[in-house]
Structure formats: structure tokens, C-alpha cells
Design a protein around this ligand. Sequence first.
Ligand code: SF4
Ligand code: SF4
Length: 706
Amino acid sequence: MPGKVNISMKQGQAKPSKAIVSEGDLVVKGQLIGVPSGTYSVPVYASIDGVISEIITRRISYKETAEIVVINENKKYENKYEQSGVGSLSPASLGTANLAGGKKAANFLRDIGIVGMGGKGIPTFYKYKEKKEIHTVIINGIDYEPGLTQLYRLIMECPGKILFGAKELASISNAKKIIVCIDKKSEEAEYILQKTVSKYKKILNENIETIIMPIAAKLSLGDDRQLILEALGKPEEGAIVSCAATAAAVYDGFYDGKPLINRGITVSGCVDYPGNFWVPIGTSFKSLISHCGGLKSDRCLILDGGVMTGTSVDLEEAHVGITTTGITVIEKGDFKETPCIHCGACEKVCPVKIVPYKIDRAYLYDKNQYKNLNAQDCIGCGSCSYVCPARRRLTERILIAGKELKKKKDYPQKAEKVLTENKGRYIELDSSWSGALDDLETMTQSAPHIRSQVTSSQIMLRVFAALLPAAASVIYIYGIRALLIICVSIVACMVIEGGWQIYRRKPVTIWDGSAAITGMLLVMTLPSTTPISLVLAGDIAAILLGKQIFGGLGRNRINPALTGSCFIKLSAGAAYLFTQNNYLKDILFQSMIENVSLLLIMGFLFLVIQKVVLFWPSVILVVLTSLVDYIIGIGGLLNGNLILGGLFMASDYASIPATYKGRMLFCLATAGITLLSGQIFGIDFGIYFAILIMNITTCILSTYTI
Ligand code: SF4
Ligand code: SF4
């Protein structure tokens, strides 16, 4: 037992109730201590026997405050509730609710204080009253958050409660079918539920069919619409979802006359003794974590919920509420945001098919834009932020954008200012919140609280590594001169980028590897005899005109290396027209990578295996160009330029469309322009210009291929 509980008058999304007890009052377990303040509100009950020590008003989120009733435990009054019945409900009336049926029974859902226990906290009575013509009740028994196992434990210990609670919910809504969804991997949970269904077949299946459905657990299943889709194969208006814990609480109310005063939670993460606990509502996080062996480090972050969707809370203030599914203790991550590199990973994982990076950009730079991007559909699963190598705070921003869209008015400038100028730390605090935010580190990290190991710098490092064998071979073939211009170009690009960023007072990002890659790629498109001065001029064009003028990595609309390369080739070409100097002609037509195609292909395959680039768009570009070239007889297009351009430059995230369809179109059009340039101008490096031309269309392709 906790010794003391802090019971909030606001549970889940229900409107706050009004405390009806005073300091010094004796209360017993199950006694009514808060009455509903409106139609979207539920009564609140004492979860332990004891004395009301204080009633305080405390901030429970950035925007909300709530009355908190503090009860000090006193075992003298233990079990009085079972004997007498207290508050506005008697155990007898609750116990016979199931006999009342229909509307009357629905009202009992409210009287026993139930709000959805899966995390969202919508008052259950309201949810069932709101929905008309329900044919299927879906019970969510899946712990979709990594590390939480409270629903699995509940199924293993109380399968009957869940099934009979579900039966009550089905009776209330006149549904003819119950589907209990469980994690496919929990075979023992399936076995025990099937066994219980068979045992109580006659009572359970009177008029209602009960199905146990194993499903592969995934984050999106925390959302009702996604679970309905998974369970029924299509969106169904006539289906309603409740959590397995909610169904068990319904059983407690309808069959045992108990209001909702306890719940099961998982304590996991950096504690010595993780486990599932059945605790009174209002138990402090601190006492539970102490019970599990305490915190293992000073840099711990305490989460109400799991690592993907949980909220970071202050250990001193946090208490178990009806919606608390678990307490997760993790080491605080160091998620430094870097610019989006347009890898498209966030879009690929989004279960509701929205484009996170676009909403992120719209939120930060032009909030009018996100209105067309369906931010309101986000279910907050955290997958996009998790996979983002640039550590963008996508989920947080999309949820804010979505909320504001639902309200149909512009969101406050203050929030935007906080997010853009202060790198995530709230700088403008409500003065009444004095003291509550002493430890900002533990209060402001947004979900998800873990991220994939892959960062933008690691991606750059892999691209660099993929180019190294070809570069080494070039040095072997062309000797010290090739080594010299490769090194000069890499260093020059880094120095130019760093110098520009210092001049513009921006963070210096030369160690992210992108400038080094630009330097290497650029010089590989040139012959080894290219003068150093021309290489440096190309480097300046690449970094300043191809990248920094647009705002740096991820914002550039054209490929920087190609910008520099084309700048050099066009300058040399123009000079050749006047001088007829063959040396300039070589710079225009030759490159060092002519004999290293095989190594470039191997490098590309390495990137495909590492999931850095997509296989088909680039391969189709190269194969299609070579094939048509062969068929119509242009001649010579299958060379090192095509391999380097097609496999490495036409897959540069920042300057190509982020969607798969967009990338396909990009590559097809690039192939077409390359062939045309070969046919009309007789050049075999037209791919470089083709990519640059197509880079300009990237925005349009991205927009129309979502
Ligand atoms: S936008 Fe991100 S958080 Fe929202 S549903 Fe898609 S993946 Fe999940
Ligand atoms: S870096 Fe990739 S995952 Fe991150 S926001 Fe940009 S496109 Fe999405």
C-alpha cells in the first residue's frame, strides 16, 4: 500500500469533477469524493481508507490545473466500504446494474467513474452514448508500446473479467459481436482466453459472438481507427473499441459493485526490479519506483506511459491516474535536431499516410501550408520521429498543428517561438507555475523518447565509405595528382562551408560529412589534370551556390557537387570556344571515374543494403539510358558519368523527391534528358545537366506524388 495517494479530480479527458470532501474528513475505499461538473465528467472515488490531509490545486499539464485530493492512509477504516456502502452509490445498486440493461446500464458506466484506460481517457459512457448502431465491440488487449506488459498480465490473471466486461459493453450497445484483439506473439494469452470462452460458452455466447483475434502488435494499434481497420479489414462506423483494462473495470462495477479505484500498470526501464503492479489510483510514481529499486542514474527521465508515446513527468509530482498504463524510466536522450535531409523515411512509416517532413516545414516556416497536409489525422504514434535520422521533432509539431487545425484557428505565436528559437526548451512560463519546472531537463522532452540509431551524419559516413574504393582506385590509376585534387577539394569544401557559417553566425556543421562528400563527388567528375584553382572555383560554386544560398543541408534544391562540376565544365567549354585549347576540352569531356564503374556499382549496392538509397529508381535510370542508347545507336552513354550520376547523384536525398513515385518519375525524366542531350549535342556526360534540370522540378514532383 502506498501510505498516501494524490487523487486528481481530472481523469483522462473528462472534465474536472468537483471535490466534495474537506481537509480532516475520514474516507473509506470506494467513497465518492468528487462529483461530476458537467455532462462530460465522471465521479471520482477514494482509492484507500484514510484521512483527507489536504486539497490542493496543481498544474497537471502546460495548460491545465486540477484539484488534487490527498488522502493519508489509515487502516482503522479498512473494508468499511464493503460492509456499508457509501457515497451516492451503494454496492447493491452497482451490483445489479447489469440486470437493468440498455440505457440505464450505460449510465452506470458513468457512475462507476470509468474513463478509457488505454491511455486516451475518453469517458466510456460518453463514447458508448455517442455512437449509434454499434454492431461490433473490439477489445484492445495489445500492449502496443515497447516495454509495457500490463494488458498481457491482466489477460493472464483475469480473462473472465475482460470477457464478461466486454459482454456488458456489447449489451449496452446492442452489438452482436465481440472481438478481443491480442498480440500474436502472446500464445499463452490466446490459449487462456480461448479456454475461458469455451468454459463460459453458454453464458457468453447467448446472443453475442465472441472472437479472439491475434494480431501483430504495432504502434499504430493504440488508435481506435487503426485497430478497427486491422480487425475488420476496413473502416467500420459500426465498430467501437475499448481497452481490455476498461472491460475488466466494467466487470468490477457491474458484477462486484466496485467503482474504478485501482488499475494495473507496468514499471519498466532503468529500475532494478521491473514488474506489473496493481495499485490504487493516486499512488505516487516515486513510491513505485522506490519499490522497484530506485533510479539507476542522475540522468533519468520518468515517463507516464511508454517510450514512444509517454509524457515526461516530474518525479515529485506524478501520480498514477486512470489512464496511466505504465511508468518507464529511461536515460535521457541527446536528440539534437539537424536539418531534414529529405530521406523520406518518416513518410514511409506513417500508418495514416501523411507526410511528416512537409508538416514540419510548414509548421516552422509557413503555417498556412499545413492546412492541406492533414495534420489532424496524426495518431501520435511517434514512428516518424523515431526513424528520422535528423532527429526532427516531428510528432510533437504535427500533433500541435493537428490540434490547431481541429480548433480551426491559428495556433499561438508563442508556441512557435519557443520551438524555433529556443531549440525545444520552453522559455516563457506561466508565472503561477513557480517551482514546478526547476528541473527543465525532466519536463520538456517530447515523445518519442527513444530514436533509431541512424543519424544524418552516419548516413553521410556510409555514402563516403561507399565512394572510397572508387576514389582509391582513381588514385591508383592517376597517381599523386588525383590524390592531391581529391584532398584539396574535400578540405576546401569543408573550409568554405565552415567559413560561410561562421560569417552568417550559424552553427558550424562541417563534421556532418556532407561537405566532404560534395568535395569528393565534384572532383571525380573532372580529369586529374584539372588545375587546383579551377577545382577551388568549383568548390566555391558547389557550397555557396548549390547549398548555402538555399539555407544549407537539406534545404538545397540542386545537387551541390553537380553545381560545382557543371560550373567548371561550362567555364572550360566557354573558354575552349575562344582558345581552342585541347586542355580545356579535356576538362569538359573527361573525368577520373571512367574506369572505376564496377567499384561505383559495388558502393551503390552497399548503400542499398544499408537502406540508405532505393535500388529501383537509380537502376532503372542507368539501365534505361544504356538500353535506349544501344537501340537507337547514340553511342557511349554507358560510362562512368552515367554510373556516378545515376547511382549516386540521382539518389541524393535533398535534391530529389522524397516519395517513391516521385523518385521514379525523376529518374525516368533524367534518363530522357540524358538521351536527348546525347542525341542533340553528342555529349556523354549529359546526365549531370539532366539531374540538375530535374532537381528544379523536385518540389513539384514531391507535391503531386504524395
Ligand atoms: S505523423 Fe508521425 S506520429 Fe503521426 S501518425 Fe504519422 S508516423 Fe505517427
Ligand atoms: S530527415 Fe527524413 S525522416 Fe527526418 S523529417 Fe526529413 S524526410 Fe523525414
